[in-house]
Design a protein around this ligand. Structure first.
Ligand SMILES: C[S@@+](CC[C@H](N)C(=O)[O-])C[C@H]1O[C@@H](n2cnc3c(N)ncnc32)[C@H](O)[C@@H]1O
Length: 483
């Protein structure tokens, strides 16, 4: 626990002076001169022209390539990139905080379950990858729980509860391939009904693909039509920190002797992830957990009221999601909405796809210039807009905000404005990539805070494990614990 606290302190120490930068609004980039205000002096000195900005983007996108080590361009930019990378999981300031998939497999080798089915149907590449790895992991945890000598639990007495089951990709696979009973719980009825329908199609594919003679479980699934239905059921229910999952499971699986539960959750958005950790702690019979977080921006923080947090969303996401650990709560540590938004970005993907920040970021910053010149308030929220160029963006934004009478401007003036700020618009993209470097540092802090919570609750067998390939599935770390 001391090591986790030490790492958290180091990361907090690094993030704190950068919080105004991390939490600035891209909307205000031009009107509040973010480049001048936030960018480190060495970088400002090195990057001065459009040519520099274009080359700097190459540097950011290449940071994971082997050739990056021999780069000689922009030493100040490289130093900034290298420094931020030290504070992410796997970096030198957070070394040993997360297990790799192989380390985890070794740790659980006596109970390890592997994927036997390759099923690319009904799922995209990302989901396929996640489901194969996560289903085998949850099955391994259940097997470990069943072989715990301190109690006499059998695998058939274990029930997996999949929180935020969605379309049932993970849960149905656990039931279908590993023969473990699963209750998929999702607050969206469309999802839970869809998950049930999908199951039958999945069974047909799985049976066609498997080598039945060698697979006892799948052979019996073919023979007994009703078996799959007894293995997998779905419930429509919103989960919060008070939800009685055990009662829910008993209602959906009245038969059987379910004394032990494993709580899975693949990309439990917002507060759902933290609430799953709380439910794991509060229910002695939930003896294992495998949880991946996502959508950190939907998480409610205890020590900050977000400027743009939508109160109507609170009922879908009750409770506080950050901080979880007593350590950070005692320090009243807050991230802020933009920091949480950033935490959900993926540098690996941005690099792999050489993602150029959207032109719309620049359009919105330019629109802010138009608004402020006309005495409009700062806080208009345009939201996502499909558009064809800057003029189209402004026209659609003004209609959406019902400002057609207040904001009148000709197309010529808008085009002149765009041309006048052409250099700044290219610079804004580099600014975005500079700020994006903090993404994995913030996510690391969120994940370490969750791990620390589990350790503070007394679960020594709790770990962060890098289960997925980050380019395929950016939210790749699972919190795994066994009681
Ligand atoms: C990102 S999706 C993941 C779905 C699924 N686990 C997967 O990986 O395909 C999150 C799901 O959680 C559900 N959800 C979000 N908050 C919830 C809550 N508090 N209780 C139950 N379900 C929730 C949403 O409806 C959505 O289906």
């Amino acid at each position: 626990m001391d090591r986790i606290i030490q790492q958290i302190d180091t990361i907090v120490g690094f993030l704190q002076p950068n919080m105004p930068f991390i939490n600035c609004h891209m909307v205000d980039y031009l009107t509040e001169q973010h480049w001048k205000q936030f960018v480190p002096e060495t970088i400002k000195h090195e990057l001065q022209t459009v040519g520099d900005y274009l080359q700097a983007k190459e540097l950011f996108w290449g940071q994971l390539d082997p050739a990056y080590k021999t780069e000689s361009r922009f030493p100040g930019v490289r130093e900034f990139i290298d420094n931020t990378r030290r504070y992410r999981l796997g970096g030198s300031e957070a070394l040993g905080m997360a297990l790799t998939l192989d380390e985890f497999k070794d740790a659980i080798s006596d109970h390890r379950k592997e994927t036997r089915l390759k099923m690319t149907e009904l799922m995209n590449e990302k989901k396929c990858h996640e489901v194969e790895v996560a289903a085998a992991t949850v099955a391994s945890l259940c097997t470990a729980m069943a072989s715990d000598s301190s109690n006499s639990t059998k695998l058939e007495d274990i029930l997996v509860i999949d929180a935020g089951d969605g379309k049932g990709y993970l849960s149905s696979r656990i039931a279908l391939e590993h023969g473990i009973k699963v209750l998929g719980v999702d607050c969206n009825a469309e999802n839970t009904i869809g998950a049930q329908k999908r199951l039958e199609r999945l069974k047909v594919i799985a049976v066609r693909k498997s080598n039945l003679e060698e697979d006892e479980h799948l052979t019996s699934l073919v023979k007994d039509e009703s078996q799959l239905k007894t293995l997998y059921r779905t419930a429509t229910q919103l989960i919060d920190f008070n939800t009685n999952l055990i009662e829910l499971a008993a209602a959906y699986f009245p038969q059987g002797n379910h004394t032990t539960f494993c709580l899975s959750g693949l990309h439990t958005c917002g507060n759902l992830g933290p609430n799953c950790l709380r439910l794991f702690h509060e229910n002695p019979t939930i003896r294992g957990i495998c949880n991946f977080g996502c959508c950190y921006h939907l998480m409610q923080e205890q020590f900050i009221v977000d400027e743009f947090y939508n109160p109507t969303k609170v009922s879908e996401n009750p409770g506080y999601g950050f901080p979880m650990s007593a350590y950070l709560r005692e320090r009243a540590f807050a991230l802020g909405r933009n920091a949480r938004n950033l935490a959900a970005e993926s540098i690996e993907r941005a690099c792999a796809n050489r993602e150029n920040p959207s032109d719309k970021l620049g359009y919105r910053a330019l629109l802010q210039v138009v608004f402020l010149e006309r005495g409009e308030k700062k806080s208009h929220q345009v939201g996502r807009l499909k558009c064809n160029g800057f003029v189209d963006y402004v026209r659609k934004a003004i209609i959406r905000l019902d400002l057609t009478k207040n904001v009148t401007i000709t197309d010529e003036c808008l085009l002149e404005l765009e041309a006048r700020f052409a250099v700044e618009l290219e610079q804004l993209k580099v600014f975005y990539l500079i700020r994006q470097q903090f993404a994995s540092v913030i996510e690391t802090l969120i994940l370490l805070d969750r791990l620390l919570y589990l350790r503070e609750c007394g679960y020594d067998r709790s770990f962060l494990v890098k289960l997925f390939e980050p380019v395929v599935s950016p939210r790749c770390y699972a919190l795994i614990a066994l009681k």
